[in-house]
Design a protein around this ligand. Structure first.
Ligand SMILES: [Zn+2]
Length: 151
């Protein structure tokens, strides 16, 4: 955070539009929040990341804070250090899907599982918000995969 320079309004707008105004980690929609989402450095400045569009992602305050300066986290299945989801290198739908009830993000890969755990993508508070958003017909995002219930 200490070496952060101001990201221009134009660049911020490019980041928002590319993300479809969703947090690129938990897929919360910025549209329904009281405050705007933050612009995350995918590779933190402290670890040599830069301030170009290729290293920026839209992130809600919570995801940005949880991610902090990490690039890896523990996969809860293998207990091995695994790269976190990178919105610039990975496709969300390759690593995550919504549970059949639309309330929980399932990690489909080691990276997906590690990111769900490290960023607490299924924290209790957000599940309540997702449930309310679902009733309002604005969750989950229409382009996201939903995992059918296991038979
Ligand atoms: Zn988020």
């Amino acid at each position: 955070m200490s070496r952060r320079r101001k990201i221009s309004a134009t660049l911020q707008q490019q980041v928002r539009q590319r993300a479809l105004f969703l947090c690129e980690y938990c897929h919360a929609s910025e549209q329904w929040q009281y405050v705007r989402f933050t612009v995350d450095h995918v590779v933190p400045l402290a670890l040599g990341g830069d301030q170009s569009l290729d290293n920026l992602a839209l992130a809600c305050f919570h995801c940005n804070r949880r991610k902090a300066d990490s690039l890896v986290a523990l996969d809860p299945h293998s207990l091995e250090q695994t790269p976190l989801f990178s919105p610039r290198q990975h496709r969300w739908s390759d690593h995550f899907a919504w549970s059949a009830d639309g309330l929980r993000i399932l990690g489909l890969t080691a990276t997906g599982r590690a990111t769900v755990a490290a960023l607490a993508l299924n924290r209790e508070r957000i599940i309540g918000i997702r449930a309310a958003d679902q009733i309002a017909g604005r969750h989950p995002p229409p382009q996201d995969p939903i995992q059918p219930d296991a038979p």
